[in-house]
Design a protein. Structure first.
Length: 195
């Protein structure tokens, strides 16, 4: 990677926990039905919601890598289905011991996103961050009600160890591309670049 993005139009970036394929496979049919427009994006748990990347991406990668190298691996498990009714999103809660929230707070502080004007949700998410896997979104009110009726009693199972975070950049309308991944403390490897 190079600092070549300096002269390009700023892109939106986000930091996520990739969900292992063996866990994520159980969401395929649900995503095919309720998240069709985003099927090309891998199953993930967002840790830092999208922010506008201005300037050299390397500096952001360095910051994320530093935070990750000091944060130990931890386990999470799938929980119950819930909604963000105002946004008309159906999601699956992730249960952990507060590690995702602590990691979220460390990253938005280290990245200087606490007062970020580029995210309409930054002030809200600081205190209300809720780790989840999106099951369905981009609904009309009627579609949302139908999806919620169908999914609210569904059960998804699994747990996995969080060993790394990945930085994604938006490369098209709702199309995200992995830029780099960063191992948490105790995990094998440190940083891998994509693309």
């Amino acid at each position: 990677m190079s600092g070549q993005q300096d002269s390009e139009k700023p892109r939106r970036c986000g930091v996520v926990v990739p969900v292992p394929p063996e866990i994520g496979a159980q969401f395929s049919a649900v995503h095919e039905r309720f998240l069709r427009e985003r099927m090309h994006n891998p199953v993930h748990v967002t840790v830092v919601y999208p922010f506008l990347q201005k300037g050299d991406i390397e500096s952001r990668c360095s910051i994320i890598g530093s935070v990750c190298s000091e944060f130990p691996m931890f386990d999470v498990s799938l929980s119950e289905v819930d909604t963000f009714p105002e946004a008309r999103v159906v999601f699956l809660k992730i249960r952990d011991e507060g590690n995702l929230h602590r990691l979220h707070l460390r990253l938005i502080q280290a990245l200087g996103l606490e007062e970020d004007e580029e995210s309409e949700f930054r002030a809200f998410e600081r205190d209300n961050y809720l780790p989840h896997i999106t099951l369905g979104a981009d609904f009309s009110p009627a579609e949302f009600n139908a999806a919620w009726s169908e999914l609210r009693e569904r059960s998804f199972t699994g747990q996995f160890r969080v060993t790394r975070l990945c930085l994604y950049q938006e490369v098209g309308e709702r199309v995200w591309e992995e830029t780099a991944c960063f191992s948490l403390k105790g995990a094998t490897g440190s940083r891998s670049e994509s693309g």
